[in-house]
Write a protein that binds this ligand. Structure first.
Ligand code: TRP
Length: 449
């Protein structure tokens, strides 16, 4: 069951390569599509504050834990727990991760497909001269009344599979190094432009001025779920990537860079979107929640981009960059299933990828056709499976894994200081598990009552 493979394990070649791959996984539709509408429906500023607290106190410790589990075990999540805790049931976390990967791919790839539709629509010029309400109508009729989402889904999952079969290094990594910085520049430029629009202040106020009366247990659960989703933690993606990190890299600082970049992009997306909604809707007391659903990005961004010269080109470019960001994320999720199939079921990489894509497609087609399935997968994976996975991961490192291994991984066997280790251990032993457990139980309790 647990024999090692004979060839030396692959690894990322440079520190930049590690950060680019992990940030490529983290930065995606979670930041630009999911974060703004979750913030919109859950009250704005107060949600943002809770989200940031979740990233710092829970997200970062979980991310560091995943990296160190992966790097010390040099295995897929299931195999990693088997080898670090032989004969104990911790490997179930790895299995749960594989299940979560299926669920995430089955709705995430649907949204990634929508970005392809919007590349096409931007290019064809059909979005021109429409106000946000009309754009919402267009989005809804595309999503609910046409067969096109199905087509785009199949194309996108096929593309993901194609990259995963071919290996990542020489294709996707080469392009993302150029395209991700471009996305960042475009997003920052859009935010700056949006701030010059009349009425933008209201949007900033919505995003940055917390109204704590809007905080309910369910909102806190959703902020936690969003933090996990956005950082790609709680299901072993970063255990898998951690297993490819060289022994000389600093895991703590890597995690900090990845989490920092991810959070910056999410906040930038918020700054580009909320002021735009308020500025473009021309309504005094505008109810953001009217637009804040899964269509938000597909409504707001075209309206911003089409209000400046060069709209069709800018909008086409933006959705191309967004689909690339989505692709680097779908790859990382599919990689979890494929690595598991290869290492545990002993399939070839090609067979593993084809069977993973085929089975994800079945669930994915259901989620295209039934928005209830889509909503269920979206809610359950982010708000239930990821926090549960994260809870067990910190419990594992805090209470089961030997401190010697933890120290060795975090100090690179003594060659770096690791001044933050006591704080980290305190967070993974007490703060993170207690916080996740409370938020989780309280949030679920509230959701079903
Ligand atoms: N974090 C990615 C995003 O924000 C999505 C993603 C990639 C993910 N890998 C994951 C989410 C693993 C949860 C778990 O778009």
């Amino acid at each position: 069951m647990s024999q090692e493979s004979s060839s030396p394990r692959d690894s990322f070649s440079t520190k930049f390569g590690v950060i680019a791959a992990a940030a490529g996984s983290a930065i995606g539709l979670g930041n630009i599509w999911r974060f703004p509408y979750e913030t919109g429906v859950n009250g704005g500023g107060a949600f943002l504050v809770v989200y940031l607290v979740c990233i710092l106190l829970i997200g970062l410790p979980v991310m560091i834990s995943e990296f160190l589990i992966g790097r010390s075990a040099q295995r897929n999540p299931f195999g990693a727990f088997k080898s670090l805790a032989p004969g104990k049931p911790w490997y179930l976390i790895g299995l749960m991760g594989v299940v979560a990967a299926f669920m995430i791919l089955a709705f995430y790839t649907v949204v990634a497909g929508w970005t392809l539709e919007y590349i096409y629509q931007s290019f064809a010029g059909t979005l021109k001269g429409k106000d946000p309400i009309e754009l919402k109508g267009m989005f809804d009729s595309f999503r609910y009344e046409s067969y096109r989402p199905l087509l785009w889904f199949v194309i996108f999952i096929g593309l993901t599979g194609w990259v995963v079969i071919a290996g990542i290094k020489n294709g996707i990594e080469k392009y993302t190094k150029i395209l991700m910085p471009m996305l960042l520049i475009m997003l920052v430029a859009m935010s700056v432009y949006v701030l010059t629009l009349p009425g933008a202040g209201k949007g900033l106020e919505f995003l940055f001025k917390p109204d704590f009366s809007k905080l309910t247990p369910n909102v806190i659960l959703k902020a936690l779920g969003q933090a996990f989703f956005s950082l790609s933690i709680g299901m072993g993606t970063l255990i898998t990537y951690g297993s490819y990190i060289k022994k000389k890299e600093n895991l703590g600082s890597t995690a900090l860079s990845v989490a920092g970049a991810d959070t910056f992009i999410a906040v930038m997306a918020g700054v580009a979107i909320f002021p735009a909604i308020f500025a473009l809707s021309n309504v005094g007391e505008f109810d953001v929640t009217r637009l804040a659903d899964e269509g938000l990005v597909f409504i707001t961004l075209p309206s911003i981009l089409y209000s400046i010269p060069g709209g069709p080109i800018l909008s086409t470019m933006f959705f191309i960059l967004l689909s690339v960001a989505a692709l680097t994320s779908t790859i990382s999720v599919l990689e979890v299933i494929v690595t598991y199939f290869v290492e545990e079921l002993k399939l070839t990489r090609k067979r593993a990828t084809i069977s993973a894509v085929a089975s994800v497609s079945i669930l994915g087609i259901l989620s295209v056709l039934f928005s209830g399935v889509f909503g269920f997968l979206n809610f359950t994976s982010a708000n239930i499976l990821l926090p549960l996975g994260g809870l067990f991961i910190v419990l594992f490192v805090g209470w089961s894994l030997s401190k010697k291994i933890t120290r060795e991984e975090l100090t690179n066997s003594g060659s770096i200081k690791g001044k933050f280790i006591p704080l980290y251990l305190f967070l993974v032993k007490f703060i993170a598990p207690v916080a996740i457990a409370i938020v989780f139980i309280y949030g679920i309790w509230n959701a079903i009552h």
